[in-house]
Design a protein around this ligand. Sequence first.
Ligand SMILES: *Cc1c(COP(=O)(O)O)cnc(C)c1O
Length: 379
Amino acid sequence: MTVNFVDLKREYFSIEHEINDAIQKSLNNGNFILGEEVKNFENDFSKYIKSEYAVGVNSGSDALFLALKSLGIDNGDEVITVSHTFISTVDAITRNEAKPVFVDIDPHTCCIDSSKIEEKITPKTRAIMPVHMYGHPADMDPIKEISDKYGLFLIEDACQAHGAEYKGKMAGSIGDMGCFSFYPTKNLGAYGDGGIIVTDNGELAQKLVMLRNYGQIEKNRHEFLGYNSRLDEIQAAILSTKLNYLDKWNEARRNIAQAYNRFLEGSGLIKPLEKDYAKHVYHLYVIKHKNRDFIQKELLKKDIQTQIHYPIPVHLQNAYKNMNPVKLPGTEKVCEEILSLPMHPWMISEEVNEVCNSLNRVISSAGIRNGSIKPHFKI
Ligand SMILES: *Cc1c(COP(=O)(O)O)cnc(C)c1O
């Protein structure tokens, strides 16, 4: 049995008629850019996140880029973030001509280590950009304390954390702004590119509305340099439909994670952590082991697809090799040990069990574990 890493066809077929109706309705409207669908989705999403405003844009990357732009972050400024992330977090800083300053991660949560932030603050520091990695929120209270103390902006990269919670608050609603991606494989995904920025600050929201649309305040009047970075109507219609299922789909992910957790107990593999303060939404289910490459290869022989998020940290990418070298031991070690198991809400029991059984055979034959636990999982 082949177990796919994700399966977007199953997602579509599970709500095929609703999606088709939503697309049809939007085609019938004959309005494809910045119409009712985008407005409705922005309303629905801001309510879901419990933020005052939401501004739809064309990707998570542009959500991050425009968030920094709206704060006036520019050449000569520094923004504190992590190297253990998808590269676009850091590109958002670089594309604004500011300097990314990397803080190491807490290897347990794979999120920014808040105890190492303060030592990186300089007079040029303007913002902190934590990433809610894999769907697990960063430890926001100490981060917020630091950003308040030094007068820094706090921007959450929530691109992997739709519906995640930190002490009961929605990820993305805690800092000055929260940025989300609707890349198709995300917990809430479009059928194309999309993104959104949430904030409680009306002035920033207004600025973002203009930045995404050529700096336009009204037709033919442009107040500042802007971009073409809009969420389109058809994607917004699709996202409104899918938002109704997000909690149910996240619950399915959490159930699968629990089954994996039970299986991994005492296995010698390190399972992902869910801190007391966190509601993890398992965008990715990431285990750790020092023989990661071997385990991945053996699983593939058994038709179990896995991935690595991410094998090369940003500070070691060629695109960033001209930066001042920096040592991030936690980040560098984690990158060699992480392995993302198949995880999506449409996995059936047989597939979850197949992953566990295959993993069991691999680790038993490799002497990583001797005894064997029979995985049993029923949805
Ligand atoms: C997906 C992702 C992004 C970028 O989103 P796109 O919509 O693909 O541009 C940024 N940051 C993180 C952490 C992501 O996972």
